[in-house]
Design a protein around this ligand. Structure first.
Ligand code: SF4
Length: 392
């Protein structure tokens, strides 16, 4: 029986799960759960995935890795369904799996988009977050390693590279000469002149370097889409979260980029119900969605994480957290509906994917004409919006 790798949580986990599938493809009867611990809900889903895997594969070896394997180690190890844990920092090390080393480093063909991890861990200490404990200190892959990984993706037919990391914009700070993310992106675009699309996963607006700003603002091959790890729209809450930006900083960044690239689209991570959040702070959180034009939103209901400073602050009651999360999601959906409607009649360059849809440069989803070959980049002019998908 083959190997299965189930991925929970962030894009970094998705990219690492792809790496583990390539790494473990010659292993036997193995199920890997690449877990997440960013919220209590994520840990609940991890447990669910473990139980589901055991039901589906009663004979297989079930091994858990990922952030929950660090943060909830003892609790997961105590589950009867679990045969083993692999440390998050070792999951890409073949020795951690006693697995036969695959012959050559290659990728399964057929992917049109490739997630490339260039940074891991985090040196910040946001008061609600356990990720630094789950993933360790910030560390960058060298420029050479990153370019080699991208070369493998491009050789496998990938047309869009998505750079991922826990704190992506801190890439390079631990490397000789402390290059910045803008330098890495420039090197990638120079080394792969035929790569049509480079996309950034979540970034910290406070850490955007001047060269990166210029690339996002002017470079056609860098997608006009920034996903901000914003977390909140109220300054006092941002301070209590120990974030490094203010509301005004986020607005100034986006205004500055849009002044140079009008079609730029914003996504954001937003948290509902952070301890001490009152209705006024929630209103500020709601209003920043329209002010920034957030159309790709990840809304997280706050949940206390073990041994974090925020867990010791006066909590908001669960029903209020749920209501506020719903209101944030509704606000994003309204913004998104308005944005999608505005795309109708506009020519969009779309990367065709395998499921009959594709993504435009601004990450709008577009249904493809019958028979479109995955990996093709084509210009489509949507005529309608049906269930959140643009129809050409
Ligand atoms: S920047 Fe903050 S929220 Fe993000 S991983 Fe680091 S500590 Fe967590």
């Amino acid at each position: 029986m083959s190997v299965e790798v189930h991925s929970l949580g962030c894009r970094l986990n998705i990219s690492e799960s792809e790496d583990m599938r390539a790494l473990l493809r010659e292993a036997d009867d193995l199920v890997v759960i690449n877990s997440c611990a960013v919220t209590a809900e994520a840990v609940r889903q991890t447990r669910q995935a473990i139980r589901r895997a055991r039901r589906a594969r009663p004979e297989a070896r079930i091994v858990v890795t990922g952030c929950a394997a660090e943060i909830e180690r003892d609790a997961l190890a105590a589950m009867p369904e679990v045969d083993g844990l692999v440390a998050n920092g070792s999951k890409l090390d073949p020795r951690a799996w006693n697995a036969p080393l695959p012959a050559a480093r290659e990728r399964k063909a057929g992917y049109t988009r490739g997630f490339v991890q260039v940074q891991n861990g985090c040196d910040h200490a946001c008061t609600f977050c356990v990720i630094p404990r789950g993933r360790g200190a910030s560390r960058s892959r060298s420029l050479i390693e990153a370019l080699e990984d991208i070369a493998v993706h491009v050789a496998a037919g990938v047309r869009e590279v998505v750079l991922t990391g826990v704190d992506l914009t801190s890439w390079g700070q631990d490397l000789p000469g402390t290059p910045r993310l803008g330098d890495l992106c420039t090197a990638i675009l120079d080394r792969f002149p035929d790569l049509p699309r480079l996309r950034l996963s979540s970034i910290d607006g406070a850490e955007v370097d001047p060269r990166l700003f210029d690339l996002i603002a002017h470079e056609p091959r860098v997608m006009p889409h920034v996903h901000l790890s914003l977390q909140h729209g109220d300054d006092l809450i941002l301070k209590r979260m120990k974030r490094r930006h203010s509301r005004a900083d986020a607005l100034a960044l986006v205004d500055g980029l849009r002044a140079r690239r009008p079609g730029l689209v914003v996504g954001a991570d937003l948290m509902a119900g952070f301890p001490t959040e009152d209705e006024a702070a929630h209103a500020a959180n709601l209003s920043i969605i329209a002010e920034l034009g957030v159309v790709h939103g990840h809304v997280f209901p706050y949940s206390a994480r073990p041994d974090t400073p925020a867990a010791r602050m006066p909590a908001v009651d669960p029903a209020t957290i749920r209501r506020r999360a719903r209101e944030l999601r509704d606000a994003v959906s309204k913004e998104r509906a308005r944005w999608l409607a505005a795309q109708v009649g506009q020519p969009l360059w779309v990367l065709a994917e395998k499921d009959g849809t594709g993504h435009a440069e601004n990450f709008a989803r577009v249904r493809l004409p019958q028979g479109t070959v995955p990996g093709t980049v084509l210009c489509l002019t949507p005529a309608h919006v049906i269930e959140g998908i643009l129809e050409a």
